[in-house]
Every structure is written in C-alpha cells, then in structure tokens.
Design a protein around this ligand. Structure first.
Ligand SMILES: [Cu+2]
Length: 117
C-alpha cells in the first residue's frame, strides 16, 4: 500500500514537472519579438468600402459591429498600411479587413475582397 501511494505521488510529480517544462519551453521562440515590442493589438472586421483613396492611402468603410474593439457598426476612415495593395479593391465592394494599432492609430494591415457589387 505504501509503495503504491509512493508510485502515485511520483507519477503526479513527474506530470507536474512535464507541465512546467512545457510552459518553460513555450515562451522561448517568442522572446526575440517580445524584446522589441509587445505584439500589436489586431482587430478583424467586415465592411463595405465607400471610398478607396489610393494616393492618400485612406479607405472609408461602412463597417459591421466590431465587438473586439467595442465599436458598433459605423462609417469611418482608416489609414492603410504601405504593405497593403489597395488596387485590388474598389468602392462598393465588401471586404474583410484587419486593423492593427500602430502608434495609437487603427491602421488597415489586411484587406481582402469578400463580394463585388
Ligand atoms: Cu468604427
């Protein structure tokens, strides 16, 4: 009986150690990025493009409710990151987009056509 109990405790201890080892190992690949800056907050949304201003890198979006941002459906302008190809979308189209908080400004960092009018 004593031996059996010892085995159970040993098994439990081994399991705990394994869990700790996994937790300790996980952050390792993330640490280089973590040193430069915390991962920026991103928010996914869907909306209809009312205007695509390529020269000024601005889009006017009538976007759906964005619960992750605590933002109800509304029409608003967003700056578009230089990495996004704005020529693949046009006013009137429905898009899915990703907003990234860059220097405190919600910036479109992904823009994908969902439906053409
Ligand atoms: Cu909004």
């Amino acid at each position: 009986m004593q031996l059996k109990l010892t085995r159970i405790i040993f098994a439990a201890a081994a399991l705990c150690t394994a869990v700790i080892a996994v937790q300790a190992a996980e952050p390792a690949p993330v640490s280089p990025a973590k040193e430069s800056a915390a991962a920026p907050a991103t928010f996914r949304g869907i909306g209809k493009l009312l205007d695509v201003d390529v020269p000024n890198r601005l889009v006017t979006v009538d976007h759906d409710d964005m619960p992750s941002l605590g933002m109800p459906a509304m029409t608003m302008d967003f700056p578009v990151a230089i990495s996004v190809d704005m020529t693949v979308v046009r006013a009137g189209e429905t898009v899915s987009f990703v907003l990234t908080l860059i220097d405190g400004i919600l910036t479109v960092t992904e823009l994908r056509l969902l439906d053409s009018p």
